[in-house]
Design a protein around this ligand. Structure first.
Ligand code: ADP
Length: 229
């Protein structure tokens, strides 16, 4: 599903973020990207989300070389995946319902489909009854649930998440992880950058560890680190 080959990323300011990364991720996998701050986790996630282009190398997602998409194809590609951020990025002047509905409207869903599917999606993440509220009226964990509802509303086969539990307490983080895992078990590939060792160790999924822009380790049912700290 994701095939990254010899990817290098040097930012315009000359900072090298990724140095010859090659990795492949199969359909329905759950993959953690771990590593110290500055290791390149976010850069890798954002390249796979086609936020920007690598300096060199190839990135194939769903069999398509996403480094060679035309502008229109880039928007289509971005809408075909679910994205979850650390800082939620909800529209604060709009209701929870609308925040999720917008993601459907941009792909041309009919009002009827929107009315049917948004409540289903909110139910899936445990937010039934909160549809009319505004994001600031919800807790951090609830806001992240809205983001998950928004990420899954168009039934993507891939979700990328960059530190989705970064602003949440440990208990709320585990609840979000359980939801992500449920989504994953239903068939969606999940790729998540995190530096939360407790979460990684509990989930027992594939762990790709980056260090200085390189893959240091890649293990099935991995742990955050072999070294105690
Ligand atoms: P991580 O997510 O593991 O903390 P990042 O991918 O954010 O790592 O960053 C990797 C390296 O790239 C760091 O040295 C960081 O300072 C640099 N970097 C990240 N984003 C940018 C940017 N937009 N412009 C310049 N350098 C960047």
């Amino acid at each position: 599903m994701i095939e990254v080959q010899h990817v290098k990323m040097v930012y315009p300011n000359g900072v090298g973020a990724l140095n010859d990364i090659s990795v492949s991720i199969e359909q329905s996998e759950f993959v953690f990207i771990v590593g110290a701050s500055g290791a390149g986790k976010s850069t890798l996630i954002r390249l796979i989300g086609r936020e920007f282009l690598p300096s060199s190398g190839s990135i194939r997602v769903f069999g398509k070389e996403i480094t060679r998409l035309r502008r229109r194809e880039v928007s289509m590609f971005r809408r075909s995946i679910g994205v979850v951020f650390q800082d939620f990025r909800l529209l604060d002047n709009h209701s929870i319902f609308d925040n999720v509905a917008f993601a459907m409207q941009v792909v041309g869903a009919t009002p009827r489909e929107v009315r049917r599917r948004v409540p289903e999606s909110l139910e899936m993440v445990g937010l039934t009854g909160k549809a009319k509220m505004k994001p600031h009226e919800l807790s951090g964990g609830e806001q992240q649930r809205v983001c998950l509802a928004r990420a899954i509303i168009n039934q993507p086969s891939l979700i990328i998440a960059d530190e989705p539990t970064g602003n949440l307490d440990p208990k709320t983080s585990m609840e979000i992880m359980e939801l992500l895992r449920t989504i994953n078990i239903r068939g969606t590939t999940v790729m998540m950058a995190t530096h939360d060792s407790e979460i990684v160790n509990k989930m027992k999924q594939r762990v790709i560890r980056l260090a200085d822009g390189k893959i240091e380790r890649d293990e099935q049912r991995g742990v955050y680190s072999h070294y105690a700290h």
